[in-house]
Design a protein around this ligand. Structure first.
Ligand code: GDP
Length: 316
């Protein structure tokens, strides 16, 4: 298994004990270990380099507070920088500190999504096959319905695998979220248009469009999804990726962002033991926010993205 960063840094940082401030040499030594930890967590190399440079600049010359060891301090600097990079927020303390009662009334999953458009608001789900698109579509549908009282319609545009359309219908029944009746032989763009039509006629607030995925990226898939996006003009285009995707995250996120255009990312299988480096790579490379994370197979296993939690896992 992986050795956590604190353990890894132990020897290096032991040397810093008793020093007043952190020097360039200390930081260089520590950053070699940080670099290895990030690479082991599957963060892409260019992202690791950028990150290490940012942290180096920040750490050199910092005074070591008496109450903590230099090691703890470097780890805190690294952790904070990771949280910032993952969340796009400056300073890990910027979490809004509202009182609990207020926070409980709100639903952070639903609030992570942009629904600012004329209803029916289209949400497009894209990603590779098996990434968790269909499951996440139903989870989002259920959450919008239960937490925000939205009337939601879901439609599967997967014409390659009839089983996929059926799978969404089953999840729809399970969650009590409506699904578009299946008409065999229609093409994705036609189904998308029919879903929006039905959405308008039926007074739906949101229409979730679950697109087909392939096992690997291919041109045909990208063109198909791009076409659907053009026709439906979604308020959100969410790239769903499995946290276990590893180094492929870079290609997948770049391709979908460049060829289709995405507005946010959903990381699934965060309940598994992936270190989550894919999240950092995707965020850094696309600049798009990671909005949600899937934490299980059950329909309520969907949470707002927590940069803190993923940062902790990346560092091990
Ligand atoms: P799609 O091909 O992208 O539509 O993927 P599916 O939604 O069919 O998901 C593939 C498998 O992953 C299913 O067995 C899901 O139950 C499972 N799955 C999806 N999201 C999660 C998650 O967050 N955690 C876990 N443990 N399993 C998930």
């Amino acid at each position: 298994m992986f050795e956590g960063l604190s353990g890894r840094l132990g020897d290096v940082l032991e040397k810093l004990r008793g020093k007043g401030s952190i020097t360039q040499d200390d930081v260089n030594a520590a950053m070699r270990e940080v670099r290895i930890a990030l690479l082991e967590a599957d963060v892409a190399l260019p992202v690791v380099k950028d990150f290490v440079n940012t942290v180096k600049e920040r750490a050199v010359g910092q005074e070591v507070i008496k109450s903590v060891t230099p090691g703890q301090m470097v780890i805190k600097i690294v952790h904070d920088a990771l949280v910032e990079m993952l969340s796009g927020r400056i300073g890990s303390q910027v979490e809004d500190e509202e009182d609990d009662a207020e926070a409980r009334k709100r639903d952070r999953v639903a609030e992570s999504l942009n629904l600012n458009a004329t209803p029916p608001v289209p949400i497009l789900m894209v990603g590779l096959q098996g990434s968790g698109k269909t499951t996440t579509s139903a989870k989002i549908g259920l959450r919008l319905k239960s937490a925000m009282r939205k009337k939601v319609l879901m439609a599967s545009l997967d014409v390659q695998r009839p089983a996929a359309q059926h799978q969404l219908a089953v999840l729809g029944e399970q969650t009590g979220v409506d699904t578009l009746p299946i008409i065999m032989g229609q093409q994705p763009v036609q189904i998308a248009r029919r879903a929006l039509d039905e959405g308008r006629k039926g007074g739906y607030d949101v229409v979730i469009l679950d697109t087909a995925g392939r096992l690997a990226i291919d041109e045909e898939l990208m063109e198909e999804v791009a076409e659907v996006r053009k026709v439906t003009n979604p308020a959100e285009t969410l790239l769903v990726t499995d946290a276990m995707i590893g180094q492929d995250a870079v290609t997948v996120a770049t391709e979908f962002n460049d060829k289709v255009g995405i507005s946010g990312i959903v990381l699934t299988r965060v309940d598994g033991d992936a270190r989550g480096g894919a999240a950092l790579s995707m965020r850094a490379i696309t600049g798009r926010p990671i909005k949600l994370m899937g934490v299980g197979e059950k329909m309520d296993a969907l949470e707002e993205f927590q940069a803190d939690r993923i940062a902790g896992r990346i560092l091990g």
